[in-house]
Design a protein around this ligand. Structure first.
Ligand SMILES: Nc1ncnc2c1ncn2[C@@H]1O[C@H](COP(=O)(O)OP(=O)(O)O)[C@@H](O)[C@H]1O
Ligand SMILES: [Mg+2]
Length: 200
């Protein structure tokens, strides 16, 4: 039975496609449904020399029917930077919704609207922080956001801004394929280790 994770946010440029591709690489037996018409991951897939993960570019409304043909263990759905009706429909097909937050006060101020939309679909959800400055004390930041009681779990592993993510995107790799032990690689391993348990 395929476990499906939708990666969402109301904003573009927060790292949805980056996290989707890196998680799909480390998950190994995975398919990506690229539901964003920018087709970043379809292009990334074209640059890859490996056959896994398979990337299928489709409009959001085709996600549910396409999922029926997916037979990998994991499926990651990349979405456009909006939470309109078509993305809500995509989230309804998912077992888990990962909300990507590029941390900043304005982003935090607007997250409640995102979470209201996500709550409508009643799926297990978590927020993952991405693009933190590498000098950030991530544990302190996560604790302070948790104290704000957003009503949604915060993933205990946050992802910092690291050049490896950009190099990997150019090469059609995941950061764990660039280097088995780098800070970016460790963060993705940590995120995946947490996420896969949440999806059980
Ligand atoms: N953790 C990160 N470290 C460095 N660069 C990142 C990171 N996450 C995303 N990026 C870069 O930020 C840009 C936007 O990321 P992308 O995944 O395309 O966002 P989205 O899919 O939300 O629009 C890309 O150039 C990507 O390489
Ligand atoms: Mg994208």
């Amino acid at each position: 039975m395929t476990k499906t994770i939708a990666v969402v946010s109301r904003k573009g440029g927060v790292g949805k496609s980056t996290l989707c591709s890196n998680l799909a690489v480390i998950a190994k037996n995975a398919t990506i449904l690229d539901c964003d018409d920018q087709a970043s991951l379809a292009d990334w897939g074209d640059r890859r020399t490996k056959t896994q993960p398979k990337v299928i570019a489709i409009p959001p409304k085709r996600a549910a029917s396409t999922l029926k043909q997916v037979n990998s263990k994991w499926c990651f759905i990349d979405t456009p930077g909006t939470l309109d009706a078509s993305v809500i429909e995509v989230m309804q097909t998912a077992d888990f919704v990962l909300v990507v937050l590029r941390y900043g006060q304005f982003e935090l101020d607007s997250i409640s609207t995102t979470l209201s939309a996500v709550r409508l679909i009643d799926r297990p959800t978590a927020i993952v922080l991405n693009l933190l400055h590498p000098s950030t004390n991530t544990q302190d930041l996560i604790s302070s956001i948790e104290e704000a009681n957003l009503g949604c779990p915060i993933c205990p592993v946050a992802i910092c801004s690291r050049a490896d993510f950009q190099t990997a995107a150019i090469e059609g790799f995941g950061v764990t394929e660039l280097s088995v032990s780098s800070k970016a690689s460790d963060e993705i391993k940590g995120l995946w280790s947490w996420l896969r348990k949440e999806c059980k």
